[in-house]
Write a protein that binds this ligand. Structure first.
Ligand SMILES: *Cc1c(COP(=O)(O)O)cnc(C)c1O
Length: 359
């Protein structure tokens, strides 16, 4: 049987080695006689799992001492609210650069709590990142929010924008751990786990300590970064099992050579797929080449009537979940860390074969 490759945008593929380890430990973790699912989050077994995961994540991302790393629930969408509630009062304002669907949602949610201003957004479809010179940043903004990788449109920043002394906040949901980043450039980094980190249910927040302690009184405690930091992310029951699996992914990433090694592989995978799309008139990707995502690659067929056939045959060939987001149409291949290069090559080969038969 040929291997199965899952191109889902999220929840998404996990390293097979991690799944096997989880299977082997499922009934009895470390001779404890308990599954991780059954453990008290305050017991010494789970605390050791939690601490090892945090230490590995800090090492992978080179997180400075004066940043807290939180393991929370509520998804990236929960952080859309947590950000204004932790940082600003009601009369304050914040700047949002919108380069895709998730950024739009972040603005809408923040608008419930602060004045959320869109300071840059492409005029038409989301296919580019407005040049930094054109951002209309406000003098009094409490923070600037960007989405480093827009998962639906496949639009990614390949460098960190300079916004001066205003805290820069990034929704890294679909790109965290795909390459090294300079954490120091960011005030807050956050990500739902289910794209490139682990199973659904865990939200990672990395926050500079001087931004703690500013929350409004009405901020829910579970979303309050300072309260959660003081409680080691255990103000209430944390997402224990997901935290454990994410920890296994961190250890796996370290064994692959860390983020520089992953970046080299991810860049290669993306380049090969975009090259296959660009070299054919049968397939197209609309994104400005300098803003193309390494993680999510949307593409369309010249004849959309063939979409259904493409997806059905891809599935037959073991290439799963390639349907594009309903708002964009066409196809989308999500090629996160856990997608092997052989999976991308199998997709490229299938695309060429499909074109030969239908082009
Ligand atoms: C998936 C995604 C979200 C939403 O994440 P949830 O964890 O489901 O709330 C937000 N932002 C980006 C960039 C995403 O890819």
């Amino acid at each position: 049987m040929s291997p199965i490759y899952n191109f889902s945008a999220g929840p998404a593929v996990l390293p097979e080695a991690v799944l096997r380890e989880v299977r082997d430990e499922l009934l009895d973790w470390g001779g404890s006689g308990m599954s991780v699912m059954e453990m008290s989050h305050r017991g010494k077994e789970f605390v050791s799992i939690a601490e090892a995961a945090e230490a590995d994540l800090r090492e992978l991302l080179n997180v400075p001492e004066d940043y807290k790393v939180l393991f929370l629930q509520g998804g990236a969408s929960g952080q859309f609210s947590a950000i204004p509630l932790n940082l600003l009062g009601e009369s304050a304002s914040a700047d949002y650069v919108v380069t895709g669907s998730w950024g739009k949602k972040a603005v809408k949610e923040a608008g419930k709590y602060v004045q959320a201003r869109v300071v840059a957004q492409p005029a038409g479809a989301f296919t580019q990142i407005p040049p930094r010179e054109e951002w209309d940043l406000s003098a009094d903004a409490g923070y600037v929010h960007v989405t480093p990788n827009e998962t639906i449109e496949g639009v990614e920043y390949h460098d960190t924008p300079d916004v001066g002394d205003v805290p820069l906040i990034g929704d890294f949901s679909s790109t965290l751990l795909s390459r090294p980043i300079d954490v120091r450039r960011w005030g807050v980094i956050y990500a739902g786990a289910q794209k490139n980190i682990g199973p659904a249910g865990l939200t990672i927040v990395i926050v500079r300590e001087d931004l703690l302690g500013r929350a409004r009184g009405t901020c829910p405690s579970v979303l309050n970064w300072a309260d959660q930091a003081a409680a080691d992310s255990m103000l209430n029951t944390p997402p224990c099992f997901t935290w454990y699996v994410a920890g296994k992914v961190f250890a796996w990433l370290k064994a692959q050579g860390g983020l520089p090694a992953m970046a080299a592989i991810n860049e290669r995978k993306a380049a090969a797929l975009y090259q296959a799309i660009d070299s054919s008139d049968f397939y197209a990707n609309p994104v400005d080449p300098v803003a193309r995502s390494w993680m999510n690659v949307p593409f369309t067929l010249a004849n959309p009537e063939l979409d259904g056939e493409f997806l059905a045959q891809a599935k037959q060939a073991g290439l799963l979940t390639l349907k594009g987001h309903r708002s964009v149409g066409g196809m989308r291949a999500s090629i996160y860390n856990a997608m092997p290069e052989a999976g991308v090559q199998a997709l490229i080969d299938f695309m060429a074969d499909f074109e030969r038969r239908h082009g």
